[in-house]
Design a protein around this ligand. Structure first.
Ligand code: TYD
Length: 198
């Protein structure tokens, strides 16, 4: 079963995923992330730091996804493991739909078309949602470059539209709740779905 965790910067999803590794330890999950599960992540980090060309950056995120699928996600699923990824394709559909605006006629349509033939669609996606002002407050200095409130607002709207279009796959998480409550809720939901999938 493939489980992904999504949300804007500052939504607490990385803390949640780290907590899940412990809370689900008995299931022996593969806990992974995008970008950065393979060496391609280093190229992505460099691209983000250089803040150069949005299309170059997008294609590197997609290359990172391809390597992630080949080396981590598909082998994990083939071994019957629960795979939990901190960010995944929906991050492209939410963030790059913003960064590619004006460069392509239909960024979201293009992103989905590029992914469709080779990606693995998650079974379950948790979307951490919170007011953008709260996310910005939580973000510390020296962050990467998607932390402007207006951008994050748009990205969160994109995530919510993706969730509304696929309510079977998405579960919304109230990221304003205490971290341990969020973790307990998400872990219970993963167990419920994993049990049902067996
Ligand atoms: P991430 O490593 O999740 O951020 P952090 O761990 O520092 O919270 O992601 C880095 C940035 O890249 C973040 O702003 C989200 C962005 N991103 C995209 O724009 N598209 C993508 O496909 C992914 C995976 C991330």
């Amino acid at each position: 079963m493939l489980v992904t965790v999504e949300g804007i910067d500052g939504s607490g999803k990385s803390t949640l995923v780290k907590g899940l590794a412990g809370a689900l330890a008995d299931l022996d999950p593969v806990v992974t992330r995008e970008p950065g599960a393979t060496w391609v992540g280093e190229a992505v980090r460099r691209s983000i730091a250089e803040n150069d060309d949005p299309m170059t950056e997008c294609l590197l995120f997609i290359a990172d996804h391809a390597a992630h699928l080949r080396h981590v996600v598909r082998p994990g699923l083939a071994a019957g493991r629960v795979v939990v990824s901190d960010r995944y394709s929906d991050s492209r559909y939410a963030y790059q739909a913003v960064t590619l605006k004006g460069l392509l006629p239909d960024p979201l349509g293009w992103l989905k078309a590029v992914h469709a033939p080779f990606t693995v669609v998650p079974d379950l996606t948790f979307l951490c949602v919170l007011p953008v002002e709260e996310a910005v407050t939580r973000l510390k200095a020296n962050r990467e470059h998607f932390e402007e409130a207006s951008v994050l607002e748009e990205v969160q709207q994109n995530f919510l539209a993706l969730a509304a279009a696929d309510p079977e796959r998405f579960v919304l998480v109230d990221a304003m709740l205490p971290a341990d409550e969020v973790r307990a809720f998400v872990a219970a939901e993963v167990r419920r779905r994993a049990g049902a999938a067996r």
